[in-house]
Design a protein around this ligand. Structure first.
Ligand SMILES: [Zn+2]
Length: 143
């Protein structure tokens, strides 16, 4: 039997970057401009999210959010971590060995759902930017 960490690593290594990008782009209807996408993790008006083939994930330069195939199954399809791995395993025919014990004993991040986490990171980033803009304005007016 494989450890849950090994299964996660196998999923990340066995599914091609191209496939990850295509599936997420199609499901979310991401709009591409000059190899960049409008970010779905914050209110993006200029495309600020790129797909990284090495990490097989999207990364947004504006909000700092990242999004991979497991995030996609959890946040878009609504599965928990364990079920996301199982779904990916069967949808991509990876033939990974699952131990049903994992369901009860090894479900990580029970208390902090990643969707909620990334949206708080996004809004505090925006607040930080607004405060900075305000400080700059005051500086210009004062001098
Ligand atoms: Zn973003």
């Amino acid at each position: 039997m494989m450890e849950i960490k090994e299964i996660r690593e196998k999923i990340m290594s066995d599914i091609s970057a191209k496939r990850v990008e295509d599936i997420i782009v199609a499901d979310l209807g991401l709009v591409e401009k000059h190899k960049k996408y409008l970010c779905h993790m914050h209110k993006d008006t200029h495309p600020s999210m790129s797909f990284f083939k090495d990490g097989k994930m999207f990364k947004c330069f504006a909000c700092g959010g990242t999004y991979n195939i497991i995030d996609h199954y959890m946040q878009y399809k609504g599965y928990n971590f364990y079920d996301s791995l199982k779904q990916i395993n069967s949808n991509f025919c990876l033939n990974l060995q699952f131990d049903e014990q994992f369901r009860e004993h090894k479900r990580p991040n029970k208390s902090t759902p990643p969707a909620k986490h990334s949206s708080t990171a996004c809004s505090s980033m925006v607040k930080g930017y607004l405060v900075l803009t305000l400080i700059r304005l005051i500086y210009y007016v004062a001098w």
